[in-house]
Design a protein around this ligand. Structure first.
Ligand code: SF4
Length: 341
């Protein structure tokens, strides 16, 4: 039986990489068996920043549709089951835009101006002239969650603050209109494995840093990327004693070759294992683990209508819920019923 409603979204960055799969997506897949889950691709959020380079944004919309489609394919290939959860595109639910507008009337400007993420985004994306949409980002995020009366949002330990404004806004709305329309959303803290970039154990895998293995990579591309992974620079020959803790290949053995992790460490430290063979072994394990994901990916790519159907069905279900929420919201705000004039 469902324990409650979970909502979560991702910006449309296109094909996912192993960091996304091992972090957010595997967790979403686990949650779909226990909760009523709403997972959406936040295409409106992508328009809050200008974009550029590899990123879509309001100045770079050319690839937006492809990125959304690629991401949806990877969600399903990675294990989200449309029979168990609702998968859809944020902008296919116009009720979210209406709720965002209504929330914007009751969101104190100070809340938005003090939001640390706003400042981080201005710096991170090097934005000279931030838009009204970027400042209002947390209000849209609250509408994304509360349109479906989301009770839980899965977050990593460092992201708890993101849900605080949604909670504050729900409380403010409920108290302003004397009605318990919205739940007070809680975070669902999740332990996610640290997935390093291919270039350093101290960096996170990310598209913008170019240090990733995409789910769309072929077996050969994966093996080639593993061949180029950062290892212990002091280990030149097979019988040199290595330092596995600073080696990216070793970190991935800890994810994809858990059974032999201790052996890999021991052999590396004693100079009984060479980096070439170590990488070959890792690439083999990775490709084995990714084989079912890639097979589902190929099926979905060969049948583009299937992803459209999944997104359509997900949006139909989500809209039903969001419409009911908006009816309640309009009612307690005493907005004239639709069709009354
Ligand atoms: S043998 Fe393996 S774990 Fe040791 S440094 Fe080389 S690649 Fe890394």
């Amino acid at each position: 039986m469902s324990k409650g409603r979970v909502t979560s979204g991702m910006r449309p960055t296109g094909s996912l990489h192993l960091g996304n799969l091992l972090g957010a997506l595997n967790n979403w897949v686990r949650l779909q068996d226990e909760y009523e889950c709403f997972y959406f691709i936040v295409d409106w959020h992508a328009l809050t920043t200008p974009g550029g380079g590899d990123a879509v944004g309001y100045e770079h919309v050319g690839e937006l549709q492809d990125r959304v489609r690629e991401m949806a394919i990877d969600w399903v290939a990675g294990g989200l089951d449309p029979e168990k959860c609702s998968i859809f595109v944020q902008s296919h639910i116009p009720e979210v835009a209406e709720l965002h507008l209504l929330f914007s009337m009751i969101t104190p400007l100070g809340w938005l101006e003090r939001n640390p993420t706003y400042k981080e985004m201005i710096l991170g994306y090097k934005i000279d002239s931030p838009s009204y949409g970027l400042l209002g980002y947390p209000t849209l995020q609250s509408a994304d969650i509360l349109a479906y009366k989301g009770e839980y949002v899965p977050v990593g330990k460092d992201q708890e603050a993101h849900v605080n404004m949604t909670r504050d806004l729900a409380q403010r709305f409920n108290s302003l209109y004397g009605a318990k329309v919205f739940p007070i959303t809680q975070t669902l803290l999740t332990e996610v494995p640290k997935v390093p970039g291919t270039d350093s154990v101290d960096k996170k895998m990310s598209k913008s840093a170019g240090n990733y293995i995409a789910l769309s990579f072929t077996e050969e591309e994966t093996a080639e990327t593993v061949r180029n992974m950062f290892t212990d620079p002091t280990k030149i020959r097979k019988n040199d004693k290595g330092h596995p803790d600073g080696c990216v290949v070793f970190a991935f053995h800890g994810i994809y070759n858990k059974g032999e992790f201790a052996v890999v460490r021991d052999e590396c430290e004693k100079g009984l294992r060479g980096c070439v063979d170590c990488k070959k072994q890792l690439a083999g394990r990775m490709n084995e683990a990714l084989a079912p994901v890639r097979a589902r990916r190929r099926d979905l790519e060969a049948n583009p209508g299937r992803i459209r159907e999944i997104l359509h069905a997900g949006a139909m279900h989500a809209r039903e819920i969001a419409r009911d929420t908006l009816d309640e919201v309009r009612d307690v705000m005493n907005l004239p019923p639709r069709g009354s004039s």
